[in-house]
Design a protein around this ligand. Structure first.
Ligand code: NAP
Length: 661
């Protein structure tokens, strides 16, 4: 995708794969410099591709382990240097030979390469998913479920409306376009990107490594940081939308107000309001919701909030151009958004007061703010399959392994502080990380170490910048609660007034209100919001009884709190939706597919039973957006990625009623 892409394979490699690399002529000294930027275990695998010599995998020079964001496999500095020296010779010979890539390794060797990189035997059940994710042959298998199923006329008569042009909506557009289905994406913002367009607060960045946090079939090679900031992410999705021709299908500055299913015609009528202001109806054979989950700001119910005389804004409604230099600023909240805002603005403001209701658990990621050296894009562009294996190295540690520390072991004796032995061990590591930074300030340490089980709420990635900010002279952490807001500032629970010029509400989102405030009316006039109430449910988070031909992306029960990436999940969901649409488009116009109540209920019983084994509703957690008002979890996925991937390869016909006109 785009000019900075991994590149189109050159003549020497064209028969192999689009990831086999572009021929190069760089000199040895330049290459040696580039090698310093690389992941050595990943480099070793690229060397296997360059030489065709699998014996590289059978030597003592190998990674010793794998962990989230640890890309050197715990290899010693000496071993890394030895590999780099050897790699220089291999790469130079490859270059001098015209960059001819030997035939690809066979399946057994690829399997061996996986286990080598991950320093563990990859379980058999994961191999098909990993091979698909790895996409070494350059074939995007998540795109090919249609099998030439429908005529052009049938496709043309099957318009689809997608709500939202964020990460999931653009993906849906890409797949619909590839399938030759006419579609319109309705987007309330003036640009593509969803959350990455809306969240423009200082310091906003992703916390999944970017070489994995991008579409599997559209790797990007323009990241300047390993965990990029919002503008780069927005740009990636915008460039993706342009590259795949999606952008021509988007109606910007247009909001969906509601949608009504018409039993008589078997179509959705979607009410939209665009820049002109007048409501308009769009006709749709199927409706795809790609509205995300964290985009309706939640403002706190603090007395006097409206009376504040200064500038007030929610983190997701940052006022462009706000100059905080020399200002007195209050940040209310200490969740993921505040965690990024506070370190970013602390050096500029005169005084920063952070109001913390609950302390947050954080885990160490020293690389969180690292920039990408020039060797990385060079290697992704030129070294055979370097980029694919690097992506894989980021994917695996976030894939299902972390769930063990979130599963409740009812026999664990110290339930007051942890849900299992491994959860307790994580607590100790996280606590030590904080003590290491502020152990000399027991009062602050007591305030910042949470009093609830770790990993039960969103755990934050930290490179020391949060506590570093809190220990600045111009920053104060207030843990006394908030009594009220008055024109001059914030009055804390002890009655002390903190006079400020600006209040930033980093207070989160209305996460349990899916598709809110739209009015979605299904079969027989059933209103979705009423059917769901505070307990949103959907089969696999995608389909809902009484709502034929409606498909949700990032729907109920699909938020990932245990690992993975929302892009991986979205690719699973879109594949499932496209498979359902392939069934529908072959039927006469007006036909519909609706999940049966029995299948939906069965699934949700299983989902709730599984969620009950997980940490997220542990009683020590008093506030969490993972839970609804009655304290129950509906929005998270308790499933292993490998299971969700398998279940979403295609809809099970037994789960649906197909009404053919
Ligand atoms: P959040 O996690 O819901 O945090 C809201 C914060 O506001 C919490 O500290 C909460 O305290 C506090 N709060 C809420 N109401 C309050 C009140 N009435 N008085 C005082 N404090 C109050 O929201 P967020 O930080 O915007 O993050 C939401 C989610 O967005 C994240 O969990 C994550 O999934 C996503 N996100 C991701 C990134 C990233 O990828 N790096 C960045 C930002 C956001 P309690 O803790 O006591 O509830």
């Amino acid at each position: 995708m785009g000019s900075g892409d991994h590149g189109t394979a050159g003549p020497a490699t064209a028969a192999l794969s689009r990831y086999a690399g572009v021929p190069f002529t760089d000199d040895d000294a330049t290459i040696a410099r580039y090698l310093e930027d690389l992941s050595v275990p990943t480099l070793l695998l690229s060397m296997v591709h360059m030489t065709g010599d699998a014996s590289i995998l059978r030597r003592p020079l190998r990674p010793a382990g794998v962990w989230l964001n640890e890309v050197q496999g715990y290899m010693s500095a000496e071993d890394q240097a030895a590999v780099r020296a050897e790699a220089l010779g291999v790469i130079a010979a490859f270059r001098d030979g015209g960059c001819v890539v030997p035939p690809p390794p066979g399946p057994e060797v690829v399997r061996e390469m996986m286990s080598f990189l991950l320093a563990t035997d990859v379980p058999e059940e994961y191999v098909p998913m990993l091979l698909e994710e790895l996409e070494l042959d350059g074939v995007d298998r998540r795109a090919d479920d249609w099998g030439g199923a429908a005529t052009e006329a049938a496709r043309a008569a099957f318009p689809v409306v997608v709500i939202g042009a964020g990460m999931s909506g653009v993906l849906a557009g890409i797949r619909l376009g590839q399938a030759g289905i006419p579609y319109t994406i309705v987007e309330k913002n003036p640009r593509v990107g969803g959350t990455w367009y809306e969240n423009r607060y200082p310091g906003c960045r992703v916390d999944v490594g970017n070489h994995f946090y991008c579409y599997s079939f559209a790797p990007d090679n323009e990241w300047t940081e390993f965990f990029s900031q919002a503008p780069e992410l927005q740009s990636y999705f915008e460039r993706s939308a342009q590259h795949y021709g999606v952008v021509d299908h988007i109606r910007f500055d247009t909001e969906v107000q509601g949608a009504r299913w018409d039993d008589a015609t078997g179509r959705w009528s979607v009410t939209v309001r665009g820049p002109g202001g007048a409501p308009e109806q769009l006709d749709a054979a199927a409706l795809v919701s790609a509205v995300g989950q964290l985009n309706r700001p939640k403002l706190p119910d603090i007395p006097g909030r409206e009376s504040f005389a200064g500038v007030a804004m929610h983190s997701a409604q940052w006022i462009d151009g706000t100059d905080l230099r020399g200002k007195r600023v209050a940040v209310i909240g200490t969740g993921a958004s505040a965690f990024q805002i506070v370190p970013a603005i602390a050096p500029d403001v005169a005084q920063l007061t952070v109001f913390q209701r609950s302390a947050q658990w954080m885990f160490p990621n020293p690389h969180y703010h690292d920039t990408v050296g020039p060797g990385v894009p060079w290697a992704i562009r030129h070294l055979p399959f370097y980029g694919r294996w690097f992506r894989f190295l980021l994917f695996w540690p976030a894939c299902d392994g972390g769930m063990a520390a979130m599963r409740i072991d009812p026999d664990y004796p110290h339930q007051d502080r942890a849900v299992s032995e491994i959860n307790d061990a994580a607590r100790e590591v996280f606590t030590a990380w904080m003590a290491e930074q502020v152990g000399d300030d027991p009062e602050l340490l007591a305030k910042v170490v949470p009093d609830y089980v770790c990993l039960g709420k969103r755990t934050l990635q930290d490179n020391g910048s949060w506590l570093g900010a809190l220990t600045r002279d111009n920053v104060e952490l207030v843990t006394d609660g908030i009594r009220e807001i008055i024109p001059e500032g914030v009055v804390d629970g002890t009655g002390r007034l903190h006079e400020v010029d600006v209040i930033v509400y980093a207070t989160g989102f209305l996460a349990n209100l899916y598709l809110w405030p739209m009015e979605i009316v299904g079969r027989g006039g059933v209103v979705l919001r009423e059917q769901w109430g505070d307990r949103p449910t959907a089969l696999l988070g995608i389909t809902v009884p009484n709502f034929p031909n409606l498909f949700c992306l990032y729907g109920p029960g699909t938020n990932l709190a245990h690992g993975g990436s929302m892009i991986f999940h979205a690719e699973c969901q879109v594949r499932y939706v496209m498979s359902a649409l392939a069934t529908l488009v072959r039927q006469p116009p007006g036909s519909s597919l609706e999940v049966t109540a029995a299948a939906h209920d069965r699934y949700n019983e299983r989902l709730q039973a599984e969620l009950a084994t997980m940490i997220w509703s542990h009683p020590s957690i008093t506030n969490s957006w993972y839970r609804n008002d009655e304290g129950r979890v509906y929005i998270l996925s308790p499933w292993r990625l490998v299971d969700y991937w398998a279940w979403t390869r295609a809809p099970d016909p037994d789960d649906f009623e197909l009404t053919v006109r």
